[in-house]
Ligand binder design. Structure first.
Ligand SMILES: Cc1cc2nc3c(=O)[nH]c(=O)nc-3n(C[C@H](O)[C@H](O)[C@H](O)COP(=O)(O)OP(=O)(O)OC[C@H]3O[C@@H](n4cnc5c(N)ncnc54)[C@H](O)[C@@H]3O)c2cc1C
Length: 305
């Protein structure tokens, strides 16, 4: 519901590291609503059952530096440590990270129409889409920009808003088929926090990104991988990838190839090749599949040790 006197739903501003640039360029117009760091959206609360709730206004730096998160959910900590720059992480909030808008250069250009700005087609398809998707799942071909969304997907996290709870990451971000939006939140729906289930006994996790420069850039490909390896066997395996599709993707074919299998070099080599199962690369994005396969192989080798 809109506040009295407002006809359009306001766009929220948390730390403003994304929205400020869109306001300056004129891509974001209309009413703004500042989120204040109230107690219920700030910080972390551990449940007696080992679950964790993180408030939406919690900074990425706080998540990255928290030793209890690093112990229980190392893939969440590593993803937070790996994104953007120290300055951005210090300000950027978890809610803003999940709800940040596309980095597509056509979307960010105020003079070019696109599906996300009420246009009728995606100019990246016939234009320069070097950094765009390798899994073409919908009319807009920009990859989802949120590193934390991929990590939270790997951990089966749920999202709480002020009107709904228990939302999975696919419920919050959609399946990529709606080219007009970066997420499936309702107009004016504000993220309140996320909830993580209890960590599994003996699980380990790693995060890795392939990036076009070593610093201060969104990744070309990123993967958060978790596993429980016991008696030389993958007893649990989970991988979620970002940078490759309009939404973060679970790599279910890789998971299925390893679940219950020996954690050895041959099985890892075979499974890593499944990382591109279901891919539909664009003329300029086939290289992302090689990167994805390499990142997955590296992570599986680390998990198997
Ligand atoms: C150089 C650089 C490199 C970067 N690299 C990465 C990267 O590798 N990975 C990555 O994930 N990000 C990256 N970022 C983006 C950065 O992480 C985001 O800008 C930041 O997380 C957004 O958080 P914020 O609090 O500043 O959001 P804001 O700018 O305040 O808001 C962003 C969007 O989210 C909405 N929003 C904010 N809070 C909520 C809420 N609680 N509920 C609903 N909607 C909300 C706002 O309306 C707005 O549309 C990078 C940024 C820069 C500048």
């Amino acid at each position: 519901m809109n506040p009295p006197g407002m006809t359009a739903s306001p766009e929220f501003r948390a730390a403003g590291t994304d929205i400020s640039e869109r306001r300056r360029s004129g891509v974001s117009k209309g009413p703004l609503m500042d989120i204040v760091p109230a107690a219920d959206i700030l910080g972390m609360q551990w449940g007696a059952d080992g679950t964790l709730r993180i408030g939406a206004y919690t900074s990425i730096a706080a998540i990255a530096a928290d030793s209890a998160i690093a112990a229980a959910y190392p893939g969440i900590a590593a993803s937070a440590q790996g994104l953007a720059t120290p300055q951005i992480r210090h300000l950027a909030t978890l809610g803003g990270n999940l709800a940040q808008r596309s980095r597509c250069w056509y979307f960010r250009n105020p003079h070019i129409a696109c599906l996300k700005k009420g246009g009728t087609d995606c100019p990246a398809r016939g234009g320069n889409h070097l950094y765009h998707v390798a899994f073409d799942l919908g009319p807009c071909i920009a990859p989802h920009p949120s590193t934390m969304a991929a990590a939270l997907l790997a951990y089966d996290a749920t999202v709480i808003t002020y009107t709904r709870s228990g939302l999975s990451i696919p419920q919050v971000l959609g399946d990529g088929s709606n080219g007009a939006a970066d997420n499936a939140l309702q107009p004016g729906e504000m993220i309140r926090g996320i909830e993580l289930p209890k960590a599994l006994q003996g699980e380990r996790a790693f995060y890795k990104r392939a990036i076009s420069r070593s610093y201060a850039e969104w990744p070309l490909v990123e993967v958060c991988a978790r596993a429980v390896v016991k008696d030389g066997t993958f007893q649990f395996i989970r991988l979620a990838a970002g940078g490759i599709a309009p939404v973060p993707l679970r790599l279910k074919t890789v998971e299925a190839a390893l679940q219950g299998k020996a954690a050895n070099a041959l099985n890892i080599e075979v499974a890593a090749k499944f990382a591109s199962s279901g891919a539909r690369p664009l003329p300029m994005t086939g290289y992302k599949l090689d990167l994805l396969e390499g990142v997955v192989r590296d992570l599986l080798e680390k998990l198997a040790v």
